[in-house]
Write a protein that binds this ligand. Structure first.
Ligand SMILES: Cc1ncc(COP(=O)(O)O)c(C=O)c1O
Length: 385
């Protein structure tokens, strides 16, 4: 529980800054104000800070420094991968899934609406697993396409068997982009093992600052640029670099990778504990996505609450009681905008989905508090027929 008596279980939306990240950024704020493009010594020292961070990040995922392009975060990195594949690499087909983050899905659909690409959606089942047979068929029909499939779904946590996807991509001469925003720093990702041409990262999902991330671009995918107006990032992304954010991102990743195995175990235990407690105390609760720990992101637990008299108010009531989490519903009428992910996996429209997501600072006491509040709210309002 945090100092303000709130229980924060929304780490997949954003995560609190680690003190060590704050310290690293404060040091740079105090000492390094130069423009990295300036040729004088003050500029050169800012350039050195940026390039040191780039090298460190690249090394941590076994990439080369020139394969890392700093961006304003995950959304921009996803946009860059898709748009540059179309504009610079001669791609005209995008194979993606209906449960991607909107940064991918809306971008793909916009490219299609602009007449620049054709989008093919691969089937997913009710757990959020991609149908690999269908993916294979689509890839062999549209050789040379860009396959864009996220590593872990941010709403329900289902993990992608990325090596199989990379094989399918290779067999069909396709490019492979994976949105790794929810997993970079949470697993020890390695670009060789992953086999993708593009990976995306956002610092604020791993206890780093908002507004900074990167796109990993394999050297064999020579993209040009999405943002013009300067020669920064080797002309791939114009604009004066966010030096403070870059330092924060590098520090956040360094800390994450340092204890990645222990932290995975610790957070997985919290998730399993919450699952057990919810089953024990909230009648009729069920879970979305995969149950197996090797098929589900350990930081996300998506639940499905039985119909209550006030489904729409549940999140609001949890918030009043100091529990911060996310929620969604599958809309049936199309009148209210529901979650496209829940809709695609066929989540019942009369049940409320709640996403609890955990991080480095989550405790068992947080879980106890959240379960006790939710159990009371559901018990009071469960629809009696
Ligand atoms: C899977 C996924 N991709 C992309 C993004 C967007 O990242 P950012 O907030 O850094 O733009 C998010 C954030 O919610 C996400 O969960």
């Amino acid at each position: 529980m945090s100092a303000n008596n709130k229980v924060y279980l929304d780490n997949a939306a954003t995560s609190p800054l680690d003190e060590r990240v704050i310290d690293a950024m404060c040091d740079v704020m105090k000492t390094t104000y130069g423009n990295p493009s300036a040729s004088h010594s003050i500029g050169r020292s800012a350039r050195a800070v940026v390039e040191t961070a780039r090298k460190q990040i690249a090394k941590s995922i076994s990439a080369s420094a020139n394969e890392i392009i700093f961006t304003s975060g995950g959304t921009e990195a996803d946009n860059m991968a898709l748009r540059c594949a179309i504009h610079d690499l001669g791609v005209s087909d995008i194979i993606t899934s209906p449960i991607e983050h909107k940064a991918v899905l809306d971008t793909a659909l916009q490219l299609e609406a602009d007449g620049l690409a054709t989008v093919h959606l691969v089937n997913v089942n009710d757990k959020g697993d991609v149908d690999l047979q269908h993916l294979s068929e689509l890839a062999s029909k549209h050789k040379g396409a860009l396959i864009s499939l996220m590593h872990a779904n941010n709403e329900i946590g289902t993990l992608l068997p990325y090596q199989k996807v990379a094989e399918i991509a290779k067999e069909n001469n396709c490019l492979f982009h994976s949105d790794t925003v929810q997993t970079m720093g949470h697993y020890h990702l390695n670009v060789e093992d992953f086999g993708a041409d593009f990976l995306t990262c956002s610092a604020h999902k791993l206890n780093g600052p908002k507004g900074i991330g990167f796109l990993y671009v394999r050297n064999t995918a020579p993209i040009k640029t999405m943002i013009t107006g300067g020669g920064q990032e080797r002309s791939h992304r114009a604009g004066t670099e966010n030096v403070i954010g870059i330092v924060g991102l590098a520090k956040a990743l360094e800390i994450a990778f340092e204890h990645v195995v222990e932290e995975e175990q610790q957070i997985q235990n919290i998730k399993s504990y919450m699952r057990e407690q919810l089953l024990e105390h909230v009648e009729g609760i069920s879970f979305n996505g995969r149950e197996e720990s090797d098929k589900s992101l350990y930081t996300v637990l998506s639940c499905s609450v039985p119909p209550t008299n006030n489904n729409d108010l549940l999140l609001f009531q949890l918030d009043i009681e100091g529990i911060c989490c996310s929620g969604g519903s599958a809309c049936n009428s199309g009148a209210a905008k529901g979650s496209h992910v829940l809709e695609a996996i066929g989540h019942p429209t009369d049940r409320k989905a709640l996403r609890f997501s955990f991080g480095r600072f989550t405790t068992k006491e947080d879980v106890d508090q959240a379960v006790s509040v939710l159990a009371k709210l559901v018990d009071k309002t469960v629809a009696r027929v």
